[in-house]
Design a protein around this ligand. Structure first.
Ligand code: G3H
Ligand code: 13P
Ligand code: ZN
Length: 316
């Protein structure tokens, strides 16, 4: 059942975080839905502009609608990840999305406000909610490269003014994470003090954590043992940090890189061990299972495991 993102947030706020996973193909969709079935967890399926270019928006919609039929007990929202104004309007008009993200965080504050405000007006008229972003994460965000040094943590006072002026429904905040496999070095981690200060300014308001992959070291090691050349010092968000972020207002946690690592590990190992192989369904099947296992484990850490019935009672 596709629900609104707002409905999920109402149940989750302060209690647990909802995993938002990017999908690009059928195998990811099957693993995603199967994992959440096993975990009894609600979730958000998110689609980036890159995914729309790769798979065609119609194909992605058909995959998700088919998964919904195959998994009739699933409760999830469909979300546009890192949208431009133009793509937000296309998604709002499509009638398929529960929510859109307008990402104008690279623009000056006033322009970010103006762009977000326009999207909010169009989205709310169609009954769709809007995630906006303030502050800058490090790493690569779609086609924009943000140098670590220029990644700016979200200012709590600005966050409050931004929400008041735009009417957005949730806010992606920069609290130390970055996109991709290389987030932290040494003893860096999330800035919980900053997150707490943002929550003080925006009590009860849903916050979103992008760049939330954990980049498991064992996954990186296995990829490299099978021919990969990922930086072995790559690190992500620690498993216990999600549980600390939930009471501080984080309701949505974006995860893409970790799923890509599972895909890469499975396929590299398969073809290393089966150099004669060319039936892609064999590693494909292994990936679906491995991705489902990953989702079960992640749902425990996000505290969303076992919440499905609570959400069902709230939305039906
Ligand atoms: O934040 C970006 C997500 O990881 C999506 O990545 O734009 O390459 O599909 P993508
Ligand atoms: P990761 O690169 O940490 O998986 O972050 C994904 C993300 O923020 C998608 O919007
Ligand atoms: Zn992101």
């Amino acid at each position: 059942m596709i629900v609104t993102t707002a409905e999920l947030f109402d149940v989750a706020y302060g209690n647990f975080t909802v995993g938002a996973y990017n999908i690009n193909n059928m195998e990811q969709a099957l693993g995603l839905f199967e994992g959440h079935r096993q975990a009894h967890a609600p979730f958000i399926v998110q689609i980036s502009r890159g995914a729309r270019d790769y798979a065609n928006p119609r194909m992605l919609e058909a995959i998700i609608r088919a998964a919904e039929e195959i998994y009739p007990d699933a409760i999830f929202a469909v979300h546009l990840d890192h949208g431009t104004e133009e793509v937000c309007y296309a998604c709002i008009d499509s009638g398929f999305y529960s929510s859109v993200m307008i990402d104008a965080s690279h623009e000056p504050f006033e322009e970010n406000v103006a762009t977000t405000r326009r999207v909010v007006e169009r989205a709310h008229a169609a009954g769709i909610s809007v995630e906006a972003e303030l502050g800058m994460l490090g790493g690569v965000e779609e086609d924009i490269q943000v140098d670590e040094k220029h990644a700016m943590l979200t200012d709590p006072q600005e966050a409050r003014a931004f929400v008041e002026q735009t009417g957005c429904d949730s806010l992606a905040v920069a609290i130390g994470t970055s996109h991709g496999a290389y987030k932290f070095s040494g003893r860096q981690g999330l800035h919980f003090d900053r997150l707490s200060a943002i929550q003080e300014q925006l009590p009860g308001f849903p916050l979103v954590m992008h760049g939330s992959s954990s980049v498991p070291q064992d996954e990186v090691r296995r990829i490299n043992a099978a021919g990969g050349t990922l930086d072995p010092s790559a690190r992500g968000v620690e498993a216990d940090e999600f549980a600390r972020a939930a009471p501080l207002g984080v309701t949505k946690v974006n995860i893409d890189t970790d799923g890509r690592l599972v895909w890469t590990r499975v396929h590299r190992e398969y073809f290393r061990d089966h150099p004669e192989g060319f039936d892609f369904r064999k590693p494909g099947k292994i990936f679906i299972q491995a991705y489902a296992d990953f989702i079960v484990d992640k749902s425990e850490k996000l505290l969303s495991a076992g919440r499905l019935e609570t959400v069902r009672e709230a939305v039906v």
